[in-house]
Design a protein around this ligand. Structure first.
Ligand code: NAD
Ligand code: UGA
Length: 480
């Protein structure tokens, strides 16, 4: 029986391995992690991450051919294929701080694999890593090889949170990169055979190692670039009276452009877009390509601009101050259908409003009070480390309350900021909402989910990203 072990039981390791176990009943899959609370959660009824369809997949194979364990060394030693899906955060100190990927966790995983292995192994990069990481990992693995053969593959993951299970069941493509040697090609075929259980062969792309590593960074950079492009247009739409949804639709019908990923928003969030572009920028700089680095840097600059612009709209509309005013924050996750808050734009918007002394009442159907409190206190990039290495839960901020109901968050508020496109925010009883708020009552829609005309008819002053401005806002320009 082929044995697979995955180091890292996070958003990628957990769901990808659960799907491999489901689709390949004859393969035994162990997912291991240094975080005992995370493993305990995987072994309980309450999985550590919220992902539609995941519970069902895990239930079908846990205890049969899918196991979660903290006994990292035992499972690595027994495995034929070892996936490494650990954190690859942005470095906060030293060379490349604020840009380069911190490979501490990857390196320690590689050293451990080298130490405990007693048989040949295929080692698969599942984490997103800088180009040429495989070379460094190979050096670590082969340094004290004790006669053991390690073959390294790059198999980056393209799933998106909230749709992870659907993405894994029916991926656009699976990418496998390996050395162009007989051993490299044999390893590629072995991994291809695993995916071939459910992925059509023509969707399994095999490349060299460096193409696979770079394609992952390039894919995220291109996706993020589309969002920054449409967000840049949203600012111009507000200045000119054009409607960004109409512009997106008009350009998206061009089959060369396509309709996806053209929704203007308060900015992209999530654990990877910013991290991976910073990483790409650093690699360009290291390779003497400052023009290329600056091109990609601009994608992040526009994203930061969009978040600042949103905060300025809120403050300037409310007579240039939100001091002491209650603002309801609807949604905190970086997108709907996930409880993940990593790099969510809500953090920057909340911090901006708190900087102007607002009182925030936050509601998200999937994010706990503890998580929100941590996020608002944490330093940039600290979130992307294993849980036990993150700062302890801080004492709560008196200006912030976290509630478990949207209407409760909104009661007596001066304004509402919609930060996540949860479906329930489309369907609130906005007449009831209006009646419960201070007047004038403002809605700032960072996700374009509300029916602007309907809300204006009720009496709200509405700001919706990239939409023709309310006359109130025209008179109160948002200047930084
Ligand atoms: P995560 O933080 O959810 O999970 C990583 C896990 O690795 C943590 O549970 C941590 O405790 C564990 N870990 C760290 N070092 C370890 C070690 N030495 N031994 C055992 N366990 C260890 O992160 P994630 O979101 O799953 O991302 C993992 C990688 O996948 C990153 O490189 C990320 O860029 C990439 N990626 C993420 C997504 C996504 O949607 N989240 C999608 C594609 C790729
Ligand atoms: C993204 C990619 O889509 C995945 O392919 C990739 O594997 C993953 O990053 C990763 O490497 O981590 P994810 O971050 O989970 O997935 O979610 P996305 O759906 O890409 O959304 C990212 C952010 O962009 C969210 O904040 C979302 O609200 C925002 N977004 C997305 C927009 O503002 N507008 C859009 O049109 C689309």
């Amino acid at each position: 029986m082929v044995k697979i072990c995955c180091i890292g039981a996070g958003y990628v390791g957990g769901p990808t391995m659960a799907v491999i176990a489901l689709k390949c009943p004859e393969i035994e899959v162990a997912v291991v992690d240094i975080s005992a609370p995370r493993i305990n959660a995987w072994n309980s009824e309450h999985l550590p991450i919220y992902e539609p369809g995941l519970d069902d997949v895990v239930k079908q194979c846990k205890g049969k051919n899918l196991f979660f364990s903290t006994d990292v060394e035992k499972h690595v030693a027994e495995a034929d294929i070892v996936f490494v899906s650990v954190n690859t955060p942005t470095k906060t100190q030293g060379l490349g701080a604020g840009k380069a990927a911190d490979l501490t966790y990857w390196e320690s995983a590689a050293r451990m694999i080298a130490d405990v292995s007693k048989s040949d192994k295929i080692v698969v990069e599942k984490s997103t890593v800088p180009v040429k990481t495989a070379e460094a990992i190979e050096r670590i693995l082969t340094h004290n090889r004790k006669g053991i053969n390690f073959t390294i593959l790059s198999n980056p993951e393209f799933l998106a949170e909230g749709t992870a299970i659907a993405d894994l069941f029916k991926p656009d493509r699976v990418l496998i990169g390996g050395r162009e040697t007989p051993e490299g090609q044999k390893a590629i075929h072995a991994l291809r055979d695993v995916y071939a259980h459910w992925v059509p062969m023509d969707r399994i792309l095999c490349t060299n190692l460096w193409s696979a590593e770079l394609s992952k960074l390039a894919a995220n950079a291109f996706l993020a670039q589309r969002i920054s492009s449409v967000n840049a247009m949203s600012a111009l739409c507000e200045a000119t009276g054009a409607d960004v949804s109409q512009v997106s639709h008009a350009i998206g019908t061009d089959s060369r452009i396509g309709p996806k990923f053209l929704n203007a928003s308060v900015g992209f969030g999530g654990s990877c877009f910013q991290k991976d572009i910073l990483n790409l920028v650093y690699i360009c700089e290291c390779n003497g390509l400052p023009e290329v680095a600056n091109y990609w840097k601009q994608v992040i600059k526009v994203n930061d601009y969009q978040k600042t612009r949103f905060v300025n709209r809120v403050v300037s509309s409310m007579f240039n101050t939100v001091s002491g005013k209650k603002i309801a924050i609807l949604g905190f996750a970086f997108k709907k259908d996930t409880g993940d808050t990593r790099e969510t734009p809500a953090i920057d918007v909340c911090k901006g409003l708190l900087g102007d002394k607002a009182k925030l009442s936050i509601y998200d159907p999937q994010v706990s009070e503890d998580q929100i409190t941590r996020d608002l206190a944490m330093k940039k990039f600290d979130w992307d480390h294993p849980a036990h290495l993150q700062p302890l839960s801080p004492t709560s901020n008196k200006q912030v309350s976290v509630v478990w109901d949207a209407y409760e968050a909104i009661k007596d508020a001066h304004g509402i900021c919609i930060m996540t496109e949860w479906d329930e925010f489309k369907n609130l009883d906005y007449k009831k909402v209006y009646d419960s708020m201070q007047k004038p009552a403002f809605v700032f829609d960072g996700r374009n989910v509300v029916d602007v005309n309907k809300l204006r008819d009720i009496g709200f002053i509405v700001y919706s990203i990239g939409k023709p401005l309310d006359s109130w806002l025209k008179d109160m320009p948002a200047v930084a």
